[in-house]
Design a protein around this ligand. Structure first.
Ligand code: URA
Ligand code: CA
Length: 433
């Protein structure tokens, strides 16, 4: 096979075969195909697209380029949940113990990653004592015994995706739906779960800026998952503003505990119930989404979900007293209110700018070796559609520095107040039920 022929084929809008895609990814991984040819291929894919079959082959070639986690020793249907990334997304922290309390095995492996706050693992590490280092054997045993374990990423998963993603980044080819879909799905499949629930975010804080692109991405990923034998469902959900009220590591742990207690912000609860019911259906613990939702509500009301969260903390060394006393979580030195400069209704809260503000405070990482400050972040008192009086606090900044001028400027820049505004709809689409 010659790469130039494959480039020509894709350039002219033809589909590549499974053999061709497998060969290409394998050769590229071994540096037998150079970046200049792969760049041309990526650009051809960007313009010509890929069929779902092709995207499935690409996904599996990337999965096969590295280690695959073997969860076969864990009983039951293992369901993973993935979000395409938003601001203040606290859902995994809540969903993991919630569905585990209903018998769904949660064998969650997360990377640290870059972003506005840390990932789920970093958030949990803000709980004094909590550790994420388990051997594979401990990991498997813990899930079999307690239905839940959350650990850091180990192994060399999908190296071909890493290499291709880096090339896409410098060739203006990141934003192609089949490439994004295969990139995400390859990592999920290599992580070894039987079924996958995807939360595709759309809006200012998200990778996908509009509904149509979000829906396309979600449908493509569902098709890829199913074509390679992993049951997959998806939601398209709003990320025009941050989710919930807390943005920050320890602050989001407290928010997660609130939701597990049956309290917490309405939007976060709604999203948790929607994703959780899909997880229960895929794990065959509910016959449909509605029954799933009833079970989730019951698990929250009865306290069994909160008890599972405490159990997780206890088995992974965390201080479970934080559940009753959130003052045991790291606290920032200063709490600084941001007053509204006029009266009216909140008409926008640009999620990615608010995310940047939390990053400047130290809640997230710019580079992989940056340290996260678990205590800092933001608590929103207002969300889009809420009325506000001049001088009323829009939000509270939790900071270890008393001077937060840059953060305030970012925040004022992200929040608009108008004479009228409507609450955005949270869940735009439910796909694959
Ligand atoms: N996230 C990924 O993991 N891959 C992409 O290609 C885009 C976003
Ligand atoms: Ca939140």
């Amino acid at each position: 096979m010659r790469m130039v022929d494959l480039i020509e084929k894709k350039r002219d809008g033809q589909a590549l075969s499974q053999d061709e895609i497998t060969w290409m990814v394998d050769q590229y991984s071994k540096d037998q195909i150079k970046d200049y040819q792969m760049s041309a291929m990526l650009m051809a894919i960007y313009f010509q697209g890929m069929s779902h079959e092709e995207a499935g082959y690409l996904t599996m070639s990337m999965v096969e380029s590295g280690d695959q986690i073997d969860l076969s020793q864990i009983d039951g249907i293992k369901v993973d949940k993935h979000s395409t990334g938003g601001v203040g997304d606290t859902t995994t922290l809540i969903l993991a113990p919630l569905v585990a309390s209903l018998g769904v095995p949660v064998a969650k492996m997360s990377g640290r990653g870059l972003g506005h706050t840390g990932g789920t693992i970093d958030k949990l590490e803000s709980i004094p004592g909590f550790h994420i280092e388990l051997t594979s054997e401990e990991f498997v045993n813990q899930v079999n015994q307690h239905k839940i374990a959350l650990v850091g990423q180990s192994g060399n998963l999908t190296p071909a995706d890493k290499k291709l993603y880096a090339l896409r980044d410098v060739t203006a080819t990141v934003n192609a739906i089949p490439l994004i879909a295969s990139s995400i799905m390859s990592k999920k499949i290599a992580a070894g779960n039987d079924a996958i629930v995807l939360d595709v975010k759309v809006g200012s804080g998200a990778f996908m800026k509009d509904d149509q692109a979000g829906e396309d991405l979600a449908r493509t990923m569902v098709k890829i998952g199913r074509s390679v034998g992993r049951q997959t469902m998806a939601l398209v959900s709003d990320m025009s503003q941050p989710l919930g009220r807390a943005i920050g590591n320890a602050l989001e742990v407290k928010e997660a505990i609130d939701v597990l207690k049956g309290k917490g912000p309405e939007d976060l609860r709604e999203l948790v119930l929607a994703l959780g019911s899909q997880m229960l259906v895929l794990a065959k613990q509910a016959k449909d989404l509605n029954q799933g939702k009833q079970k989730l509500l019951q698990a929250i009301q009865s306290g069994q979900a909160l008890a599972k969260f405490k159990e997780l903390l206890e088995i992974q060394g965390g201080n479970s007293q934080v559940v009753e006393d959130s003052d045991l979580l790291p606290q920032a030195k200063y709490q600084i209110d941001l007053p509204a400069l006029e009266s009216g209704y909140i008409s926008s809260m640009v999620a990615d700018k608010i995310g940047q503000a939390s990053m400047v405070l130290g809640a997230g990482r710019k580079k992989l070796d940056d340290q996260i400050n678990p205590a800092v972040g933001l608590i929103l008192h207002k969300k889009i559609g809420d009325p506000v009086e001049k001088g009323e606090p829009l939000l509270t900044i939790h900071s270890d520095q008393v001077r937060v001028e840059e953060v305030k400027a970012l925040l004022y820049d992200s929040i608009r107040i108008s004479s009228q505004a409507q609450k955005p709809q949270l869940i735009h689409q439910i796909i694959g039920s």
